[in-house]
Design a protein around this ligand. Structure first.
Ligand code: UT7
Length: 329
């Protein structure tokens, strides 16, 4: 019986747009290659004065207004991000202050592209435990701040954005959180990381000169892991909960690469109309992709009360997660 539900959603993407054509004037690439290899056509980029907490606050305000509650009614704020405003204080603290969420505690959760699903798992359990009523989960990343715009293999992939879900107790026994499977596999760490800026390799003239404060990725390694893991976790969770893929109304996956998403869908036997893909408009916004894709599915009328929704993500770490919900509104 579900005890926690998603009761509201809010999103924000900055107005600036960077198209594949724009990128082809910055690095040796072209629209055809990017579309064919990734499915991405454009991504939104924040103005230089805008940081992750600013986008997170915009998404949160939209959510609070949609739900008709005050920030002071929030019990906890989880900000999932790999691009915090600064290492400390946490972005959750900055968001709490900006919102005036006077009763909330909170923290940042670092799990890259799986961050939002880990956040949902934590929130669902805080609410199910009966100790929290309103938990705000925000996925927000300003990836443009950690991209090397001379590296064509990474700079074409990512964009900026934020999205948030509110998790509340579910009074309706047929709607809400049904289960999750989360995993980490740290042997994948070398294949996707930002090497410098932490205690292992603090910022220095050398780290700047060597461009080590940027995303470094071995794309094919991550690709192979993502295709295998996303399918395995989806299949295991559905089996564990007594569902088959045909019961799923929508698969809402992390938006990294259209080919990863479609390979997962094909192995599950899900037709394309049951899969949400919006990376053509936003690229990979890391922790924000799942709320942004959910928002688009709701606005397009593809997601309705009572639908069985499967969220899935794989990312740096490696991290991986799937989460199954009966949509509640
Ligand atoms: O969300 C976080 C998790 N990350 C992911 O899920 C990303 C997973 N990986 C991928 O999506 C893909 O591996 C990429 C999209 C990053 C790359 O696609 P790929 O099909 O694996 O390409 P590749 O890295 O094997 O590169 C193929 C060729 C290379 O040229 P050569 O060596 O064959 O001559 C690259 O240098 O494409 C070249 N290339 C490009 N060409 C034009 C790499 N990037 C570009 C580019 N434009 N932007």
């Amino acid at each position: 019986m579900p005890t926690a539900k998603i009761s509201a959603l809010g999103c924000y993407v900055p107005p600036g747009v960077l198209t594949n054509h724009d990128l082809s004037r910055m690095v040796e690439t072209n629209d055809e290659w990017i579309v064919e290899r990734t499915g991405i056509r454009e991504r939104h980029i924040a103005d230089e004065k805008v940081a992750t907490s600013d986008m997170a606050v915009m998404a949160a305000k939209q959510l609070l207004s949609a739900r008709g509650i005050e920030a002071a009614e929030l019990d906890a704020i989880i900000v999932c991000t790999v691009t915090p405003d600064m290492l400390f204080p946490s972005t959750a603290c900055l968001v709490q202050d900006q919102l005036g969420a006077s009763r909330a505690w909170g923290f940042d959760l670092v799990a890259a592209c799986s961050g939002f699903l880990y956040g949902l798992t934590v929130a669902a359990h805080l609410v199910s435990a009966g100790t929290h009523r309103n938990v705000l989960v925000i996925g927000a990343d300003t990836m443009s701040r950690i991209l090397d715009y001379t590296d064509r293999s990474t700079c074409i992939l990512f964009g900026d954005g934020a999205g948030a879900f509110l998790i509340e107790p579910s009074e309706d026994s047929s709607a809400g959180f049904l289960g999750h499977l989360n995993e980490i596999d740290g042997s994948g760490a070398p294949f996707l990381q930002m090497p410098a800026g932490g205690s292992r390799m603090p910022a220095s003239e050398d780290t700047v000169a060597q461009r080590l404060h940027y995303v470094k990725q071995e794309g094919q390694q991550v690709f192979k892991f993502a295709v295998r893991k996303m399918y395995e976790l989806c299949d295991s969770l559905l089996q564990q909960k007594g569902f088959s893929a045909s019961d799923v109304k929508l698969l809402i996956p992390h938006q990294a690469n259209r080919r990863i998403i479609m390979a997962t869908a094909e192995r599950l036997g899900l037709p394309e109309e049951k899969v949400v893909i919006n990376l053509d408009k936003y690229g990979n916004t890391t922790a924000a992709t799942i709320p942004l894709a959910t928002r688009d599915a709701l606005e397009d009328g593809r997601l309705k009360k009572g639908d069985l929704v499967l969220f899935a993500a794989v990312g740096a770490g490696y991290t991986a997660g799937v989460s199954l919900w009966r949509w509640a509104y």
